[in-house]
Design a protein around this ligand. Structure first.
Ligand code: C2E
Ligand code: MG
Ligand code: MG
Length: 578
């Protein structure tokens, strides 16, 4: 049944219209009748109707103020106007002011009136749906980005008026792309819906939750008494996100990262609040996911720098701005050079030479380390061969590896190919990996190291002694050499560091591993190491890392120094002697 409110100042006309509507086939109209718009508005204040049929003359002149009154009382009420032939202009004007249709006196049949009412209802319904879609995300039914932004604007104004702080949280699922890629888009969609439900159930009914796009959600909390409240909320959210999500017999493990701002302190307008929340989110992601970060003013500056750095790094690779410096390693017992370590630098066109510590972390985070590492490996191997062709034997070439490189699928094949392209014997390559890699117990990585080692490549554990490795685990690991971290030797003559250094050297001997000490800067270091049986050293005392073209000069100088120290030693071998 369709409930119609009829507004008609002539009772006779009203009776006629009701009669017409009663005679309509297939539709059942229940008509309630009022003589004036004022009475109709009063009725609408406590009763709802599906549509109104309004005599144009009751709406009060060309500006149809009565229609405005009706629409103010019931904004979504579909309205059909009844007009006389000369009133078509007014009726058209009324359509612009909210009426959905009009019917002229001449054409009034029950069928036509009925159809017009149904059409008006449909139009309002469609307009409502459009309005909903303009403000909501169709998948989850949550508010969309545009609606969220509007709500942030309103919340900021309220917070200003009431002097009450609020918080804006951004929640981004970690590795959502991987879920989509490995489990398919249907599971991805289900996961998003599930997250939307979770957020709804965790939040208070008046908190605004929105899907801002992809796997990013926004939450607007008003009336948080302080940042701590928002912090607690953030914690609860992350905990619930970390629970596995089950679809059928598939269990999807996921976590989320969260960036938060508290307003009005962290931004005076919606745009700066959203931007600062983004900065905080970026920080949370960089912490490895599964964590929350609150915005701090310095964050923006640092993140801008970080993003600029990542951007520049891409350019650096394309423009060949990376270079390798080489640092020799020498044996204390034979005085011979046993190898050189390749250390990357960035020759920045404006900022000069940049140390790897300043850009390797960014390269690792952005994934660019793969390409840089591949370049470094190839360049270093080729350089070693160039020296050989120039009559210089530098022993092994050592190349640093990032854990990210090893996690790639084809690293072993890539290394094999590089060696064969360059024509380098695998025994002459040493790959340096950090201790942390072993701590992660990643079996696949350890297997890859085993394969590299079976090719003949040596594996060194870099910066050893800083990562609290379980020393006994070393027995089962594919490792040839330990490189004692330079922080240990720099204070080796004092207490604990000396003990750790001694223990590492003893352990290496017991496990028949090579041991190299880096950061050797003084004769005092040398005598300490000699005393405790560490053979190979690397550090400023021997040479700082230097450009490849300086290695032959350095070698020649060293040969001369050795010859003058011991005139009986002659050598025509291209070896680097002390
Ligand atoms: P690392 O592999 O432990 O390299 C040794 C670092 O100690 C080098 O710093 C070297 O310049 C410095 N050093 C050498 N002798 C001395 C000394 O006597 N005293 C002191 N105080 N320092 C000394 P650098 O070149 O700045 O490299 C820093 C780190 O960057 C490296 O540490 C390595 O972890 C990373 N890195 C360098 N090149 C690459 C690369 O091609 N790939 C990857 N993944 N990492 C690299
Ligand atoms: Mg190294
Ligand atoms: Mg090191």
């Amino acid at each position: 049944m369709i409930k119609v409110l009829l507004v008609e100042d002539s009772p006779a006309d009203a009776a006629h219209l009701m009669e017409l509507l009663c005679g309509v086939d297939r539709e059942d109209f229940a008509v309630t009748y009022e003589l004036s718009v004022t009475d109709a508005v009063a009725r609408l204040s406590n009763e709802t109707f599906d549509a109104a049929l309004v005599e144009l003359s009751t709406t009060g002149g060309p500006d149809v103020p009565g229609l405005t009154d009706l629409k103010t009382q019931a904004p979504l009420l579909p309205v059909v106007l009844l007009c006389k032939p000369g009133e078509r202009n007014i009726a058209t004007e009324a359509m612009k002011r909210g009426a959905q249709d009009y019917v002229e006196e001449d054409d009034r049949t029950g069928e036509l009136l009925g159809r017009s009412i149904l059409y008006a209802i449909e139009r309002v319904h469609a307009a409502e749906q459009l309005a909903f879609l303009a403000q909501h995300d169709p998948l989850t039914g949550l508010a969309n980005r545009a609606a969220f932004r509007d709500r942030v604007v309103q919340a900021l104004a309220r917070s200003d008026r009431n002097q009450a702080p609020g918080a804006l949280l951004l929640v981004d699922l970690d590795s959502f792309k991987a879920v989509n890629d490995t489990r398919g888009h249907d599971v991805g969609d289900l996961l998003l819906k599930h997250v939307a439900d979770q957020l709804r159930s965790l939040m208070r009914p008046y908190d605004v939750i929105a899907r801002l796009g992809g796997d990013e959600f926004g939450i607007l909390l008003e009336d948080v008494s302080e940042a701590r409240d928002a912090g607690r909320m953030a914690e609860r959210l992350l905990e619930s996100m970390a629970e596995p999500f089950v679809v059928g017999d598939i269990e999807v493990f996921r976590t989320a990262s969260l960036g938060a701002v508290v307003f009005p302190f962290d931004g005076a307008d919606a745009a700066s609040l959203m931007r600062n929340a983004d900065f905080a989110m970026y920080r949370a992601k960089r912490q490895g996911g599964g964590t929350a970060a609150f915005y701090t003013p310095s964050m923006g500056v640092r993140i801008h720098e970080q993003l600029a750095l990542e951007h520049d790094l891409h350019g650096a690779l394309a423009h060949d701005e990376f270079i390798l410096h080489y640092q020799p390693q020498v044996s204390l017992s034979t005085d011979k050079v046993t190898g050189v370590e390749a250390l990357v630098r960035w020759q920045h066109p404006e900022r000069g030479l940049i140390s790897p510590n300043a850009f390797i972390p960014a390269a690792e985070k952005s994934g660019l380390i793969g390409a840089i590492g591949e370049w470094a490996l190839r360049t270093a191997c080729r350089q070693r061969q160039d020296w050989v062709e120039a009559g210089l034997d530098v022993g092994r070439i050592a190349v640093n590896l990032s854990p990210r490189q090893l996690s790639g699928n084809a690293f072993v094949e890539l290394t094999e190919r590089t060696l064969s392209d360059v024509g380098l014997d695998p025994n002459l390559l040493e790959l340096e990996i950090t201790e942390a890699l072993f701590l992660e117990h990643d079996q696949a990585t350890i297997e890859k190291l085993g394969r590299l080692r079976r090719l003949g490549i040596r594996i060194a554990v870099d910066d050893f002694g800083t990562g609290y490795s379980c020393l006994s685990r070393l027995t089962n690991l594919p490792v040839d050499t330990l490189k004692i971290d330079r922080s240990l030797i720099s204070n080796a003559n004092e207490g604990q560091n000396a003990a750790v250094t001694r223990a590492i050297i003893a352990l290496a001997r017991e496990l028949e591993l090579g041991v190299t000490c880096e950061g050797v800067e003084s004769e005092a270091h040398v005598s300490f190491l000699r005393q405790h049986g560490c053979d190979i050293i690397q550090g400023h005392l021997v040479s700082s890392p230097i450009p490849p073209e300086e290695i032959p000069t350095w070698a020649a100088r060293r040969r001369r120094a050795a010859a003058s120290a011991n005139p009986n030693t002659t050598t025509d071998r291209p070896e680097l002697l002390h």
